[in-house]
Ligand binder design. Structure first.
Ligand SMILES: [Zn+2]
Length: 271
């Protein structure tokens, strides 16, 4: 499942390729992928709109159009691909957007947990309101981390993944950030100290920024339906490394299960 760095990488790639292009036709092949709207209305309303820019909010891809936003959540297996008309189309296609110059923007989703929404300007604020703070924005401070953590009894790792508080940090980067901050993933969130909140804040930003620079861990390329691995996979310090020696202290990395998800940590570095 893509996290913030993967979506940010896709967004930057897509913006380069489709910015300024107009949507000439929309073909919905899988109607269950369209959220909160009749698929026919969705297609008709998008037709003729120009893509002004492609941005990100939380783990959503946002196409800013003339009159609306097209919001795409990739779910587990969603991919946005850019093809040229005439190329053999990939399988499991959900939606096709025909653009300028025989280009096609394709939404492909094998398991179909993803969603596409058309959100008008008037609804945008309401839609965005349930999402937490962006960890790479100026609003994200150590004081905010401390304040939010003090209201929760969840383990800090589970707390970090709650998208209503801080967005975009999923299973991989939660484990990595806690390692860099030297915090035990089982620590109850409300027990986080001021010094730990500062370290966690800095670690989240450093890990996400580093991962974006390396194009994420589980990157799915916009040109390639097969996808490819992002460069950050080589740089993971704890995630997926259970029973391997910690690169800082040599202890074995441990794996535990929290809220049904695997957590990886170093028992010596993260006490
Ligand atoms: Zn260690």
């Amino acid at each position: 499942m893509p996290e913030l760095p993967e979506v940010e990488t896709i967004v930057r790639d897509l913006d380069r390729v489709v910015r300024g292009q107009s949507i000439h036709e929309v073909v919905v092949l899988r109607e269950d992928l369209i959220g909160d709207e009749d698929p026919g209305e969705f297609a008709a309303a998008l037709r003729g709109q120009r893509i002004r820019t492609v941005t990100r909010r939380a783990k959503n891809i946002i196409f800013l159009l003339d009159a609306d936003r097209l919001v795409v959540n990739l779910g587990m297996t969603g991919r946005m691909l850019v093809f040229t008309a005439g190329e053999p189309l990939p399988s499991h296609l959900g939606v096709r957007f025909l653009l300028d110059g025989r280009r096609e923007l394709l939404y492909q989703d094998v398991r179909r947990f993803g969603r596409l929404w058309r959100i008008g300007d008037a609804e945008w604020q309401e839609w965005e309101a349930h999402l937490g703070v962006e960890p790479l924005s100026d609003d994200f401070t150590a004081a905010l981390v401390l304040d939010l953590a003090q209201r929760s009894r969840s383990p800090i790792k589970t707390w970090l993944m709650d998208q209503r508080r801080i967005v975009g940090v999923g299973n991989i980067y939660a484990s990595e950030a806690l390692f860099y901050a030297g915090i035990n993933p089982r620590l109850p969130a409300h027990a986080l100290s001021e010094a730990q909140a500062r370290r966690l804040h800095d670690a989240i930003r450093a890990v996400l920024t580093d991962a974006i620079n390396f194009r994420g861990t589980t990157l799915l390329d916009y040109r390639d339906a097969q996808g490819e691995r992002g460069g950050f996979a080589e740089r993971l310090r704890v995630y997926g490394r259970d029973q391997q020696p910690c690169q800082s202290c040599g202890s074995d990395i441990e794996r535990i299960v929290q809220a049904g998800r695997s957590t990886f940590f170093c028992p010596r570095c993260q006490q």
